[in-house]
Design a protein around this ligand. Structure first.
Ligand code: GSH
Length: 214
């Protein structure tokens, strides 16, 4: 199986995570961010992640997660989900993207190895969050908001091994959110959140970006 991703992409992290939880081997292919031809050849549009399996191509992160979980028994994402986790992640998303997007293009990530790839991302995402320079100038306020958001999330984390005490799709979503946050330097992770993201990073086989955070 081959998984086509961008390293920074939280949806791609979700797809990578299930392979780690299942202990299944796969080949990770990081596409250039401005490479439209590769995804269009596979699924007819520019998107990531895409799973190639038995000559078939599956886009949509959660379709990939569910398909991979079903490949071998026992399934791992069997626990109940908590709507408060979904809500908590949503509430922090705008702050997260405002902090992370300008940092991703400046980081040594394979999808942003060329000037064209960085320009492609910048042009597209500045339409969503405004000029990256303006967002970087707001770092102190955005960090304060991110830290407050993490304090709201902390009581929801029941165990470093599973947000709700038993692995569920919430763990896929929450880890992807926290892994995206890891490109941001200076975030104050409450202890339960920090333990959770570290344990999950190991179990899911998706390294955090702490060492390249800016
Ligand atoms: N619903 C999709 C969303 C995937 C998605 O939006 N991926 C982004 C990358 S993070 C993408 O491919 N954007 C188009 C682009 O980069 O041009 C999923 O869950 O897989």
């Amino acid at each position: 199986m081959k998984l086509y991703v961008y390293d920074h992409c939280p949806f791609c992290v979700k797809a990578r995570a299930i392979f780690g939880l299942k202990g299944l081997p796969f080949e990770l292919v990081v596409m250039a961010n401005d490479d439209a031809a590769t995804p269009e050849r596979m699924v007819g549009r520019k998107v990531a992640p895409i799973l190639e399996h038995d000559g078939r191509y599956t886009p949509e992160s959660m379709d990939i997660v569910r398909a991979v979980d079903a490949i071998t028994e026992p399934r791992v994402l069997v626990g109940p989900t908590n709507p408060d986790v979904t809500r908590g992640i949503q509430e922090g998303s705008q702050t997260l993207y405002r902090l992370a997007m300008p940092r991703w293009i400046a980081a040594p990530l394979a999808e942003f190895a060329t000037e064209d790839a960085r320009a492609f991302f910048t042009t597209n995402k500045e339409k969503v969050i405004g000029p990256f320079a303006d967002r970087l100038a707001e770092t102190a306020e955005l960090l304060a908001a991110a830290n407050a958001h993490l304090l709201q999330l902390e009581p929801l984390v029941r165990s470093p091994d599973a947000v709700n005490g038993e692995l569920s799709e919430d763990d896929i979503h929450l880890f992807a959110h926290l892994r995206a946050m890891s490109i941001v330097q200076g975030v104050s992770y409450p202890p339960a959140i920090d333990a959770y993201r570290r344990v999950m990073s190991e179990r899911m086989g998706v390294p955090l970006h702490d060492d390249i955070a800016a």
